[in-house]
Write a protein that binds this ligand. Structure first.
Ligand code: ADP
Length: 636
């Protein structure tokens, strides 16, 4: 409920109750005064008109000395009755005269000879007459009355009037009071609503919208609220706070940039020697070694590859956390992607005596739009874990779309589950399994290796894909990880399923005897890259800076250049730009960048400089071959 509605919901009932009470009090006061006025008129009629008529007649009798003559007395009293009859017609009031001796009615302008009861009457002295007045009823009709005694003739004279007129004025007063209360209540409510709007609601709305702006932009806001009360103070505090937030955010962003730069540099610095270690270990393994030496070389290679995985994980995570990981959606055949992954990971599974099974539902002939790289990374992570923690068991990967895809592109929910019959996870560890650097227990590291980062990365990647990862697990029975991701899907009858054959074809297409120029300043990495390229039957020439590379390309006869990015004298980017300028619009020599920088954003910059492809260090013979095959296929 909005604050204005709340205020009005509280204040309007209070206001109306207050108004109603005041109205009732006003009504009672008016009621009393109307009654007073009515009685006043009635008693005045009695004393000034009726009693005066009687007194006048009696005085005439006395003056004539006839008071004691019954005939004259009766005649004069009759005259009084006639006058009262006339007065009744003129005033619509009724008059009753009764005897104070036997209470019998002597004269009445009413049809029936009844008198009102004066039991609850009030008494007053009016024009030196004692008068009783009040309300009563005659023949079930409510009346107001006033009466007084005229002792010389032993008469009780009563004036009555129907209570209708009094009641009608009272009900008019009641209606008027009610109307005034309602109109006043409504007017005051409107005024209060307006005042609440101006003084409270609109300042709060301004502060609220400023707070929302701060939450989105993290910038200083100007609320423009000049009032000098608590809300004005709050607005100024929010302005100051927003200024501080802007500063902190700028500092945090700078620190984040510094962290990212630091990571990029560290990654480069670590990858460069790691490239050498991995490469040299591979080369060493190709040489004649005794069994012990062979074992050492294998351990050396696997240690270097574990270190490379750890560096990649840390980089991935920091990239996601710094918001640099952008979602790059493409349309792809999910079924084929998953089949390929199963084939790829099948070797690991067999080595672990684990059966790897893939099941898919409603995915045949379906294209899915999502970030294939991130999705692949999540699935590889979960399936690798499942294989790692399942010995002599089964890992089942199942994939389906929640709603049946049609030929129209529609929003859909992709559900992939990775179920294993492995060691399972303790219930108390389960809720922390997606935390960074978390493993089920410390013995896991010793027994199975790993950093405890894989699931944290997978979870964050799933969040980037507007999805999630959930886990169910029972110790000794196995675990089931379920990935969900929002995707778009459509059915298409013409999906080509021959990509694998294509890949193999391309592999077969790499010609031998390619003249390769290797520009690399690090002597060890140069030895490794040269050896790997020679394994691919390339003729390798080596230079140790960009300037020499440009000069050599200018001489001609080079089919492909492998260009390190960071080199003394002239770096790889500048050298690439110069080569591209030399070639002008003629045929371009493929230039493959060799870099230890893992961030894709940097790779984009390298490509903008003119590089045809990028291979990330530590380089492998497969990565070199794939890049060569791809570029040569493009130039055909
Ligand atoms: P790590 O690199 O150590 O594998 P992860 O984040 O991928 O890091 O996994 C964290 C921990 O979760 C693992 O060390 C393991 O204890 C547990 N875990 C993950 N997957 C499974 C699974 N399929 N079965 C049993 N335990 C698992």
């Amino acid at each position: 409920m909005r604050i204005k509605s709340k205020l009005l919901a509280i204040y309007i009932p209070i206001l109306f109750v207050g108004m109603a009470l005041t109205g009732y009090w006003a009504y009672l006061t008016a009621y009393e005064s109307v009654r007073e006025r009515e009685y006043q008129l009635l008693t005045q009629t009695l004393t000034l008109n009726v009693l005066e008529i009687i007194i006048e007649r009696r005085e005439l009798l006395i003056d004539a000395g006839l008071e004691n003559v019954p005939v004259f007395l009766t005649a004069y009293q009759k005259e009084v009755f006639e006058e009262l009859n006339g007065l009744q017609k003129a005033t619509s009031r009724h008059f009753i005269i009764s005897s104070t001796i036997d209470n019998s009615v002597i004269f009445s302008t009413l049809d029936s000879a009844v008198e009102p009861s004066i039991e609850h009457a009030q008494f007053a002295e009016v024009s030196s007459h004692r008068v009783a007045f009040g309300e009563s009823s005659i023949n079930d009709d409510d009346v107001v009355f006033a009466c007084s005694e005229f002792s010389p003739w032993n008469w009780k004279v009563t004036v009555i009037q129907p209570a209708d007129s009094l009641q009608s004025s009272l009900s008019t007063i009641a209606w008027l009071t009610f109307l005034v209360t309602v109109v006043a209540g409504a007017t005051v409510s409107l005024i209060m609503g307006r005042v609440a709007q101006v003084l409270v609601v609109s300042p709060i709305e301004k502060i609220k919208s400023a707070a929302s702006r701060i939450a989105v932009d993290h910038k200083k806001v100007d609320i423009a609220l000049s009032q000098n009360d608590e809300l004005g103070g709050l607005a100024r505090d929010v302005e100051v706070m927003s200024g501080e937030i802007e500063q902190y955010v700028a500092q945090a962003q700078q620190a984040n940039r510094a962290k990212t730069d630091f990571l990029a540099v560290m990654s480069h610095e670590i990858r460069t020697p790691l490239n050498g270690i991995q490469g040299l270990a591979s080369l060493l393994l190709e040489t004649p070694l005794n069994e012990k030496q062979h074992q050492y070389a294998r351990d050396l290679k696997s240690s270097a590859s574990i270190l490379a995985t750890v560096i990649n994980d840390v980089l991935d995570l920091s990239k996601i956390e710094s918001g640099m990981s952008e979602v790059d959606v493409t349309e792809f055949d999910l079924d084929i992607m998953l089949q390929d992954l199963i084939t790829l990971l099948g070797t690991n599974a067999s080595a672990n005596n684990t059966r790897l099974v893939y099941k898919s539902k409603n995915l045949a002939s379906v294209l899915v739009t999502s970030d294939i790289t991130k999705l692949r990374q999540i699935v590889i992570n979960l399936v690798s874990n499942a294989i790692k923690f399942t010995h002599k068991g089964t890992v089942t990967v199942s994939a389906k779309l929640k709603t049946l895809p049609t030929e129209q592109v529609t929003e859909n929910l992709l559900v992939i589950s990775v179920k294993d019959t492995g060691i399972g996870i303790e219930p108390d560890r389960l809720e922390h399994i997606f935390d960074k650097f978390t493993q089920s227990d410390s013995s896991i590291t010793r027994k199975y290796g790993g950093t405890g980062l894989g699931l944290a990365i997978a979870k964050q990647l799933a969040t980037l894909l507007n999805g999630d990862i959930k886990v169910l697990s029972k110790v000794g029975e196995g675990s089931c990880f379920t990935i969900t991701a929002k995707v778009q899907s459509r059915v298409t009858p013409n999906i080509s399923h021959d990509h694998n054959e294509n890949d193999t074809d391309k592999r077969a297409e790499l010609p031998s005897g390619l003249n390769v120029l290797l520009a690399e300043d690090n002597a060890i990495n140069a030895v490794v890259a040269q050896a790997l390229l020679e394994q691919l039957q390339c003729n390798v020439e080596h230079v140790d800076n960009g300037l020499k590379a440009v000069a050599r390309v200018e001489e001609g006869g080079i089919d492909v250049v492998f260009m390190d990015v960071h080199m003394p004298v002239m770096d790889g980017i500048e050298a690439t730009k110069r080569i591209r300028r030399l070639e002008d619009k003629g045929e371009q020599t493929p230039i493959i960048g060799l870099t230890a920088e893992a961030f894709k954003e940097r790779h984009v910059a390298f490509k903008q400089a003119g590089m045809s492809d990028i291979v990330t260090k530590p380089v492998t013979v497969e990565a070199l071959r794939d890049s060569l095959v791809k570029l040569l296929a493009q130039s055909d």
